[in-house]
Design a binder for this molecule. Structure first.
Ligand SMILES: NC(=O)c1ccc[n+]([C@@H]2O[C@H](COP(=O)([O-])OP(=O)(O)OC[C@H]3O[C@@H](n4cnc5c(N)ncnc54)[C@H](O)[C@@H]3O)[C@@H](O)[C@H]2O)c1
Length: 403
């Protein structure tokens, strides 16, 4: 059904592009905007800039209602979905959000609805975005909401549609209007609250997982000392009806879990001790992996290792904040020869191949960092349930699997 509202989606990344496609497919006239010229050029040619299951088909359906543009244009509704990384000092870098709000300010009309999807520190919507939007438009009545995204790469389309959603407005009508827009494709419940609570909810969801993973990583280190198999222990503990310990791994990557806790820590450093400690534990894991590999390589001259998988999680091509980067850097510092394989990742800072045989021939040690489905053929029995793990194979043919 054709809808009469025009929606401008700003930022056509992992979140913005599927959102724009869903809205266009449900009948809205959508203008998808990105400042990345290459991305726009490839989208105009109907070539997707990244891999996400089902997105090609959805994009095709959406295309007749989806205009692709380098610049924000006049619309009824604006959705901001730009990156919110952290600086080298671990502070939220809001420059993309600020720029997007400034771009909207230039084309804003009285009565417009603006929705911030990007993950931000508490108070950003009211204290940062609102004043920028209203600059020079003091007499405008505008509606402003925060609708944080919960979907996971690799299953984005299903989760965007089926997950429950939290929407927080600067007032009740802002939240209500945003809910109407998302209801066009979201099948989960949409719960309304205020903007700052919505910001906070998104941050505590990711932080909960970071702390849980830190606990699992600490258990892994402890288990090594007392000769217990941490994977078996966690599996058995999780049989308890109220226990759900996550999986240990080589560190935490991606745009959310390793980044977002800093938004909370920097809001109140003295009141976020457990969150900070969890970050430190998870950041210590690449060095722990290197320690293990060193043990395996003991006695081998000029060792050659192969890193299997550099995406931050299985079956995606996204390597942002991947712990593999730190592992590779530490391995190179040790003067080991490092070959890198990933079946999906392109444009990685180090030379990388999709040729598994080439990557593994002559290697003293295979280090499985990302449990892509592709690697399950190596030894399915041993690695079937791994989220992320390490497989080390010694030159003399002896195998050791560390999970
Ligand atoms: N990727 C995820 O799975 C995920 C999940 C939940 C939440 N989030 C949050 O969603 C937000 C977007 O994440 P993403 O993964 O889609 O990022 P992304 O880097 O994949 O895409 C963002 C896009 O915004 C564009 N951009 C930057 N400034 C712009 C501007 N002023 N105008 C137009 N385009 C601009 C960039 O060129 C880029 O293409 C972030 O805050 C992230 O934390 C992401």
């Amino acid at each position: 059904m054709k809808k009469d509202k025009k929606i401008c989606v700003i930022g056509l990344g992992y979140i913005g592009l599927p959102t724009a496609c869903y809205l266009a497919s449900s009948g809205y006239q959508v203008i998808g905007v990105d400042i990345n010229k290459k991305k726009i050029e490839s989208l105009v040619k109907s070539k997707l800039p990244f891999f996400e299951p089902g997105l090609g088909k959805l994009f095709k359906t959406a295309r007749k209602n989806l205009e692709i543009s380098l610049k924000s244009q006049k619309a009824d509704i604006f959705i901001i979905s730009v990156p919110t990384p952290i600086t080298s000092k671990k502070k939220a870098d809001l420059k993309f959000v600020i720029q997007a709000a400034k771009d909207i300010n230039k084309v804003l009309n009285n009565g417009n609805l603006v929705i911030l999807e990007s993950t931000v520190p508490p108070g950003t919507v009211e204290k940062v975005v609102l004043p920028i939007l209203l600059k020079g438009h003091k007499n405008f009545k505008i509606y402003l909401s925060h609708a944080p995204e919960r979907a996971i790469p690799g299953n984005t389309l299903l989760e965007m549609k089926n997950n429950d959603r939290i929407i927080g407005g600067i007032d009740k009508k802002s939240a209500f209007l945003a809910k109407q827009i998302y209801s066009s494709f979201v099948k989960g419940d949409i719960c309304l609250t205020d903007a700052t609570t919505a910001e906070f909810v998104k941050l505590i969801e990711n932080t909960f997982r970071d702390i849980n993973i830190a606990f699992a990583n600490e258990l892994a280190k402890l288990s090594d000392k007392i000769d217990v198999n941490v994977w078996e222990a966690i599996k058995l503990a999780n049989l308890h009806p109220r226990v759900n310990i996550h999986s240990p791994g080589p560190g935490v990557g991606g745009h959310c879990i390793g980044v977002v806790p800093w938004f909370l820590i920097n809001t109140r450093p003295n009141d976020t001790q457990a969150i900070k400690l969890a970050r430190q534990i998870n950041d210590s894991m690449p060095a722990y992996v290197i320690k293990y590999i060193s043990l395996m390589l003991k006695g081998i001259k000029n060792p050659r290792i192969t890193i299997l998988g550099v995406a931050y999680k299985a079956n995606v091509d996204d390597w942002r904040e991947t712990p593999a980067l730190q592992i590779i850097k530490l391995a190179k510092n040790k003067k080991w020869q490092v070959k890198i394989h990933d079946p999906l990742v392109k444009n990685f800072p180090y030379s990388i191949t999709t040729d598994f045989n080439k990557a593994t021939e002559d290697s003293d040690c295979l280090v499985l960092i990302t449990n892509h489905n592709f690697y399950k053929k190596i030894n399915p029995e041993q690695i079937r349930n791994m989220r992320v793990g390490i497989l080390l194979i010694k030159k003399n043919g002896r195998k050791q699997v560390l999970k």
